[in-house]
Design a protein around this ligand. Sequence first.
Ligand SMILES: NC(=O)c1ccc[n+]([C@@H]2O[C@H](COP(=O)([O-])OP(=O)(O)OC[C@H]3O[C@@H](n4cnc5c(N)ncnc54)[C@H](OP(=O)(O)O)[C@@H]3O)[C@@H](O)[C@H]2O)c1
Length: 147
Amino acid sequence: MTGSGSTYVQGIVDATGVWPAVNQIEAHLLLPQDDLVAYCKEHNVHITAYSPLGNNVFGKPKLTNYPEVQAIAQKLGATTAQVLIAWGVYRGYSVIPKSVQQERIVSNFKQVELSAEDYEALFSDRQEGPDAVQHPEVSATTNPKVK
Ligand SMILES: NC(=O)c1ccc[n+]([C@@H]2O[C@H](COP(=O)([O-])OP(=O)(O)OC[C@H]3O[C@@H](n4cnc5c(N)ncnc54)[C@H](OP(=O)(O)O)[C@@H]3O)[C@@H](O)[C@H]2O)c1
């Protein structure tokens, strides 16, 4: 299933008796969806994060331009997109960036690993500040401990 908050997941379970295998949801630095991620993990529903580079966010700078993302990318010798992808991987789910450019497709597949320190540095107060994105079903929360 896709884009489903816990109420919808539970509705599927109640109606069919079957837990979905995968929930594909928008998730990135400005929309971490901690509560939904934790709920899915608790019930063994795999998360796949779409728009991990923040392509679905309008009226805000591109996530690849955020200074803290650029700082970690520079530190790791990585691209900013690789850092944003690694942020999702660090949180324990699969991530599906999209590009129409061959060199970006190739480089987006190259995994870099964030340390806990890198992850915390990325998990700034943007999630609760004016940059935060409110999901229609599940508000972004601020628990940086989801892993
Ligand atoms: N299940 C759903 O409801 C749902 C909803 C939305 C999206 N999705 C899927 O999720 C995937 C990704 O979503 P998305 O396209 O919305 O967002 P995204 O992957 O967060 O962002 C894509 C944007 O980032 C650019 N980009 C890609 N690699 C880059 C890099 N290395 N450096 C800088 N910019 C880069 C792309 O431009 P270029 O193409 O020019 O490189 C494009 O403008 C797609 O496969 C889409 O089908 C699923």
